[in-house]
Design a protein. Structure first.
Length: 202
């Protein structure tokens, strides 16, 4: 847990810089300049740059795990309704900031063990939460876990695909995909002409 000692603005600035130029761009002097604060303000809160990087990962992981726990809590809703709402939330491309941070951290995780561990914790938290919803729909444990993996893989993988279609057509297609993932016996309508996809190259 990150204490409320003024370090939050450095962490937020670090995450923003991470999305701009990757982890190599997260440098104390750059953040100090962007924040209009001397580097001394940084060293009163963090031992060194590595401490900031660790705090960024911890803050991100805690927030994402808390989010999925909140998003999958029933609170009077059915498991089916919760899965639908989580699907809609994760496939909503309007929150570009959240998506950019997620992608930047996963790119970082390819070269850094601590970042990899943070991403793995978040993945495990999401898998656990979605598996629980499928279990509450009376799927046996192994099938619930398999369906959770397909659900999770689709909702995140879809964000990496460019779709050459209108917003309305995409909305219809995503609704059909949600039904196929949450209600597997629902037939999926054939793709309309013009609904071509190009895989995003990273």
């Amino acid at each position: 847990m990150i204490e409320n000692d003024g370090s939050e603005k450095w962490i937020e600035a670090g995450l923003k810089e991470l999305t701009r130029g990757g982890v190599d761009g997260v440098r104390v002097e750059v953040l100090a300049e962007r924040l209009g604060i001397t580097k001394g303000g940084f060293y009163r809160r963090f031992r060194d740059r590595r401490a900031l990087l660790d705090a960024m990962l911890e803050t991100w992981a805690e927030a994402r795990i808390a989010a999925i726990e909140h998003q999958t809590a029933l609170d009077g809703k059915t498991p089916h309704e919760r899965l639908k709402s989580v699907f809609n939330l994760y496939s909503d491309r309007s929150n570009q900031k959240r998506l950019a941070i997620e992608l930047a951290i996963r790119q970082w995780a390819r070269i850094d063990a601590t970042a990899e561990e943070a991403a793995a914790r978040v993945d495990a938290g999401r898998m656990k939460a979605v598996t629980r919803l499928y279990s509450q729909m009376d799927y046996p444990p192994q099938e619930a876990e398999a369906r959770a993996l397909m659900f999770y893989a689709f909702t995140f993988g879809e964000s990496l695909i460019f779709m050459n279609q209108s917003a309305a057509a995409r909305t219809r297609l995503m609704a059909a995909c949600a039904d196929a993932l949450i209600e597997p016996n629902t037939p999926v309508p054939a793709a309309r002409s013009g609904a071509n996809a190009r895989r995003r190259v990273s």
